[in-house]
Design a protein around this ligand. Structure first.
Ligand code: SF4
Length: 293
């Protein structure tokens, strides 16, 4: 007689990972992301200072760059809005988390990180009652089960000046690529100075209503120097960056060329009857930290 499924599974090589290690990693990443931008963000920032033609825009970019330097050296938050913690987790299906649930471990990491890092607690427990949870929990957590025995964690604290300017467009298939371009430009134009430019634009194209929004958020965490595989997506990113930087919004919304530092696009299969597009706008404080444990 064959073994029951669960008995066979028990004898497989499963890696044990203590929940406390996830807590520790999330805590460190909340602090790190709020004190220091990733090297690719720093690079596009200094490129922006070089390329800005407006003297006022250039002055704003230099001040923002100086602010980034001070935050890193003095270990203080880059912005007073230290964001709602968005956490992407790719959990290897050969990992067994011990000593507590993964969701509790992540939220404990956020709690500790926001406390120890002196980060502003910006989360209310209910959207209408609006009482501050006083520890910046709960985090918004997106899980994905993947092959392997590792857990990959990305923490992306999201400021709401720019989050509030983000949009979902349920286009028709006939709207095509031109419709997608118009949607991106509409969202950026409507955001104007409210999204604390220069912005980073995350775009999700395809999937369903919620899938495109999730892709747009995830796109913000992509290393700006890494380019998408599909040619049309690479070309779309380049064209949109040029067009956005011709809108004249400029750094701080005070006019100039550098309205956006990057446009990152993710795509997915979709239904024959639809063309969902989400535009998740991020300010210049495009924070994300990454660990594999
Ligand atoms: S949108 Fe960004 S720069 Fe503006 S206040 Fe929020 S975190 Fe700070």
């Amino acid at each position: 007689m064959g073994q029951p499924f669960h008995a066979k599974w028990r004898y497989k090589d499963v890696r044990e990972l203590q929940a406390a290690r996830i807590t520790e990693a999330v805590k460190d990443m909340c602090i790190e992301a709020n004190y220091r931008l990733s090297p690719d963000m720093l690079k596009v920032f200094s490129d922006g200072v070089r390329n800005e033609e407006s003297p006022l825009g250039c002055q704003v970019l230099k001040q923002l760059e100086e602010n980034l330097k001070i935050a890193d050296e003095d270990r203080i938050p880059i912005c007073q809005d230290t964001g709602m913690a968005v956490v992407f987790i790719k959990a290897g299906q050969e990992v067994h988390i011990t000593g507590g649930s993964i969701t509790s471990a992540v939220n404990e990491g956020v709690r500790q990180g926001y406390e120890e890092g002196y980060l502003r607690k910006s989360v209310v427990g209910d959207p209408i009652e609006r009482i501050n949870t006083k520890d910046n929990t709960p985090a918004v957590i997106h899980y994905e089960l993947v092959e392997g025995d590792k857990v990959e964690i990305t923490v992306a604290p999201k400021g709401f000046g720019s989050e509030n300017m983000s949009r979902v467009f349920m286009l028709k298939p006939a709207d095509g690529l031109e419709g997608v371009k118009n949607a991106i430009l509409t969202a950026v134009k409507d955001a104007g100075p409210n999204a604390c430019p220069p912005m980073v634009i995350g775009v999700g194209i395809g999937g369903t209503f919620e899938k495109c929004a999730q892709m747009a958020k995830h796109a913000l965490t992509r290393n700006i120097e890494e380019k998408p595989e599909k040619k049309w997506v690479r070309e779309l990113e380049e064209e949109m960056l040029k067009k956005i930087n011709s809108l004249g919004i400029g750094p701080g919304g005070l006019g100039g060329r550098i309205t956006a530092l990057a446009v990152n696009v993710e795509t997915f299969a979709t239904h024959i009857a639809g063309l969902p597009v989400a535009v998740n706008i991020c300010c210049h404080v495009n924070r994300h930290a990454h660990r594999v444990i």
